[in-house]
Design a protein around this ligand. Structure first.
Ligand SMILES: [Zn+2]
Length: 403
C-alpha cells in the first residue's frame, strides 16, 4: 500500500515536541566527541563483577559525573559485590519518576585492556564493556544534561519529571545483591528505561526477553571395580545420561521454552564404575505462566535406577520480560520519537535476560535495549558504532520527556 503521508510528516507529535527533538539532535551532534570521551573513560576503568574494589572504582567515577549534573547520589553498600549507585534528579513532583536502569560491571577480568584496548577503528569504538554497557551509562549522563539544558533554556527550571538512575554492580552474575533495590525503585516509577545494548546494527530495542533458570542435577551411585566387581557398582553417569535425555525433552519451542544441558561432569577413571555425576542446566522461558510448570517438572525428576540418589537444586532466577500492553505502549512512543528523528525503530524479542526482566514482571512498563548500537557483547570484538550515539541520546532524552 502506498504511504498516505510524505516521509517527513510528523503526525504523531506536536510542533513543540519536534522542536525539542531537533534541539536534542543538534545538541548531541555538537557533543559527540564528549560523549565518546566519557565512554572511553568508563571503559578504561575495568570492572569485573567479581572484583569489588574495581567495581567500586568505576562506581565512584560514575557517581562524580552524575553529581556534577546536580543529582543526589546515594550509595547502596554491598558486601560481596561492588556498591550499587542510585542518583535522583528532582523534577515536576506531580508526576512519577522515570527509572533509568543499567549496570557497570562487566564480564571481563582485570587486565583485559592489555589485549583488548579501548580504541577507535573507523566508526567503531571497541573495548571491554563498551557495548554492555558503559556506552549506556554515558548516554544516560548526556541525555539528562540535554534535558536540563532544554528546560532551563526555555525559562523553566525543573525537569518535566523526576529521574532516578540506578546502576548496579552484579547484573552479569545474576543481580542477587541488587534485585531488591531495582524492584523497589521500579515500583515507584512510571516507566523503566533500560540502557542495555540494543539489538542488531539497526539499533532495535528489546520488548521481550526470556526468563532464565539454572538447575544442577547431581546423581550419586556406587563405585566398584569395572573388572572385578562390575555388578556391585551403580553407574551414576549412566543414570545422569538418562536424566539428560529426559530434561532435554522438556523443551517446547512453540512456547519459547528451552532446556539446555550445558555442563556435565562425573567419574574418576575408566576402570571404575562411577559413583558421582552431575549436570548444569540452563532453562529459558518466554512466558511467566510457564515458570511454575517447568520448575515442577525439574523438581519432580526421580531416578530411573532406584539404587541411585538424585538431587536437584536451583530454580528460575529471572522472570521473563513479556511484551505487555504497557511495554507495547512505551515502544509506540519510542518509535514515534525515532520517526520524528528520521529513522524507523525496530523491536526485538531476545533470549537473554537483564534487570529489565525484574521490573517488567512487576507490571511496570519497561523498554530495554535503549543503549549503545554495536556488536560483540562479552566477546573479543565488542564495539559500538560512534555515528549512532547522537540519535540514540536524542531518543532517550525524548522518551524521558514524554513517558
Ligand atoms: Zn548488560
Amino acid at each position: 500500500m502506498a504511504a498516505k503521508h510524505p516521509p517527513n510528516t510528523f503526525k504523531n507529535s506536536s510542533p513543540e515536541a519536534q522542536r525539542r527533538l531537533a534541539y536534542f539532535l543538534a545538541y548531541f551532534n555538537d557533543r559527540r566527541d564528549q560523549i565518546l570521551a566519557n565512554i572511553r573513560q568508563l571503559v578504561e576503568i575495568e570492572s569485573p563483577s567479581d572484583n569489588k574494589a574495581a567495581v567500586d572504582r568505576v562506581s565512584e567515577a560514575v557517581a562524580a559525573k552524575f553529581a556534577a549534573l546536580g543529582g543526589r547520589v546515594r550509595i547502596h553498600q554491598a558486601r560481596d559485590f561492588g556498591n550499587h549507585l542510585q542518583v535522583d534528579f528532582a523534577g515536576n513532583s506531580g508526576v512519577k519518576p522515570v527509572l533509568l536502569l543499567g549496570h557497570y560491571d562487566t564480564v571481563y577480568p582485570l587486565g583485559t585492556l592489555a589485549s583488548m584496548p579501548c580504541k577507535v577503528i573507523g566508526d567503531k569504538l571497541a573495548g571491554p564493556g563498551v557495548l554492555d554497557m558503559k556506552s549506556g551509562i554515558a548516554l544516560m549522563l548526556h541525555a539528562i544534561a540535554a534535558l536540563q539544558d532544554w528546560n532551563s533554556g526555555d525559562g523553566r527550571r525543573e525537569l518535566p519529571r523526576p529521574i532516578t538512575v540506578l546502576l548496579v554492580s552484579d547484573e552479569e552474575v545474576g543481580s542477587d545483591s541488587s534485585r531488591r533495590i531495582t524492584e523497589s525503585l521500579a515500583k515507584k516509577s512510571a516507566a523503566v528505561l533500560v540502557l542495555e545494548p540494543s539489538y542488531g546494527f539497526d539499533g532495535a530495542v528489546k520488548t521481550a526477553r526470556k526468563g532464565v533458570g539454572d538447575y544442577t542435577l547431581k546423581v550419586t551411585g556406587k563405585a566398584s571395580h569395572a573388572g572385578l566387581d562390575f555388578q556391585k557398582g551403580v553407574n551414576a553417569i549412566l543414570e545422569l545420561a538418562r536424566q539428560i535425555e529426559k530434561v532435554s525433552g522438556f523443551t517446547d519451542l512453540n512456547k519459547g521454552l528451552t532446556v539446555n544441558v550445558g555442563l556435565v561432569s562425573g567419574g574418576s577413571r575408566t576402570n571404575v564404575v562411577p559413583a558421582e555425576a552431575s549436570a548444569q542446566v540452563d532453562v529459558r522461558i518466554a512466558r511467566l505462566k510457564d515458570a511454575a510448570g517447568i520448575d515442577k517438572k525439574m523438581r519432580g525428576l526421580r531416578p530411573f535406577n532406584r539404587k541411585c540418589k538424585l538431587e536437584i537444586s536451583g530454580g528460575i532466577n529471572r522472570p521473563p520480560l513479556e511484551r505487555t500492553a504497557g511495554v507495547a505502549a512505551l515502544f509506540t512512543k519510542a518509535a514515534a520519537i525515532a520517526r520524528d528523528l528520521g529513522w524507523k525503530l525496530g523491536e526485538a524479542a531476545v533470549g537473554g535476560g537483564s534487570d529489565g526482566n525484574f521490573t517488567g514482571a512487576l507490571g511496570i512498563p519497561t523498554l530495554d535495549g535503549l543503549g549503545g548500537v554495536g556488536d560483540g557483547a562479552h566477546a573479543l570484538h565488542e564495539h559500538i558504532l560512534i555515528s549512532e550515539l547522537p540519535r540514540r541520546a536524542a531518543l532517550i532524552a525524548g522518551l524521558i520527556e514524554t513517558v
